[in-house]
Design a protein around this ligand. Structure first.
Ligand SMILES: Nc1ncnc2c1ncn2[C@@H]1O[C@H](COP(=O)(O)OP(=O)(O)O)[C@@H](O)[C@H]1O
Ligand SMILES: [Mg+2]
Length: 368
């Protein structure tokens, strides 16, 4: 009798310390259900809101009766930082090492998508899905995203970075000079440089409201980006590493259309209100689709991404020439994976179903 080949053990890590804890849980539930049980053995690892790692106790990882999932309990574990370990150990227990072949960190935002857990995984020597330390940290930081994309010749909206280590940012009305105000014009978007889910962002239509907007952003981050408003449609596109290497593949683009009366895609519009319509794929001309895909691929490469990314755009029109103007807003290194998230839906529209998508991601992590 031949022995069956051992299944690949995938540690799916979710939850975490960011504001996107529950979204991460739902994303992870969706990733786990897409991992083929004939080939993969899933080790479900939750990170509590306090940062504790636990072997997930099996609670629902979906929205049930309107309640968002959360990592609360489970047997405490820790990742072995020594690369000879290659797995998880239970804290305080006599249980043997839980061996792991590959890690899928389905974490969004701080301590997940920002290079921190990627650093931990590098230390442990375990292969993992997605971008490494640098690309994760740079893509999480709006200032450095703009710098790297600009250096690669990818259009960016006008902006000013405010930084301050001494608290004066919130009280100094001259934080933005009159010349800078005139250059940016109104409205401006005032953003924490390193956040997500529109947290800490204010759209300012009157300079009288600017100081309050800076204070709101400064409560989230010590570095603030003030952006000129970029008019246009909100379009996004998925990027996926090509099997066996070579140029990454791109999905069909999608569009987020704000419903009438919705001003911008703020936190409530993202998660609470029924405020937007999603077009998957987006209604674009073949030329627009090709341009979005081309710039998405270039942005992925410019940020040094690995595995996957979702690139978000504003698609506007030049008032003088009528030509399309395509501006990258941001690069997400671990986009949402919930059943209604754009990333899996864009790939489905491009003929890559959820199971194949997850399979390709794990395979590319294992291939290094
Ligand atoms: N410069 C801008 N011009 C026009 N709209 C913007 C601009 N920046 C942000 N927005 C609006 O705010 C939303 C959130 O901004 P974004 O930079 O994507 O933050 P987050 O990283 O939190 O998703 C965007 O989806 C868009 O609706
Ligand atoms: Mg965004």
């Amino acid at each position: 009798m031949t022995e069956e080949p051992r299944k690949t053990r995938v540690a799916v890590v979710f939850g975490g310390r960011s504001a996107e804890h529950s979204i991460s849980c739902v994303s992870a539930g969706s990733v786990m259900s897409a991992l083929d049980p004939d080939r993969y053995e899933v080790v479900a690892v939750g990170i509590t809101r306090d940062g504790g790692w636990v072997l997930h106790d099996g609670g629902p990882l979906a929205i049930v009766d309107g309640r968002l999932p959360e990592v609360t309990g489970g047997r405490p574990v820790t990742l072995v930082g020594d690369p000879s370990g290659r797995g998880l150990v239970e804290l305080g227990g006599q249980a043997p090492l839980v061996p792991v072949d590959v890690v899928f960190p389905v974490l969004h935002g701080a301590y997940g998508e920002d290079g921190t857990i990627q650093g931990l995984l590098e230390m442990s020597g375990l292969p993992y899905v997605g971008s490494g330390v640098f690309a994760s940290a740079a893509s999480m930081d709006k200032e450095f995203t703009k710098k790297l994309l600009s250096a690669a010749g990818i259009a960016q909206g006008d902006h000013v970075v405010l930084r301050d280590g001494h608290g004066a940012l919130t009280t100094d009305p001259a934080a933005l000079s009159p010349a800078q105000r005139e250059r940016l014009g109104l409205p401006v978007f005032v953003k924490p440089s390193r956040a997500g889910s529109s947290i800490g962002i204010t759209k300012v239509a009157d300079w009288a409201d600017f100081a309050a907007a800076v204070a709101t952003a400064a409560a989230v981050d010590t570095k603030i980006v003030v952006e000129a408003s970029v008019p246009g449609r909100e379009v996004e596109c998925g990027v996926l590493a090509a099997p066996g290497g070579g140029l990454p593949h791109t999905s069909l683009p999608a569009e987020i259309r704000l419903k009438p009366g919705v001003d911008w895609y703020d936190f409530d519009a993202k998660y609470l209100d029924d405020a937007v319509d999603f077009d998957v794929p987006a209604q674009l001309t073949p030329e627009q689709t090709a341009a979005v895909q081309d710039v998405s691929r270039r942005a992925y490469l410019a940020m040094d991404c690995r595995g996957l990314a979702r690139v978000d755009f504003f698609l506007g029109t030049d008032p003088d020439t009528g030509a399309d103007v395509l501006v990258v807003n941001e690069v997400n290194t671990m986009p949402g994976f919930t059943p209604i998230s754009m990333f899996p839906r864009m790939w489905a529209a491009a003929g890559v179903d959820h199971r194949e998508l997850v399979d390709r991601l794990v395979a590319s992590a294992l291939a290094g």
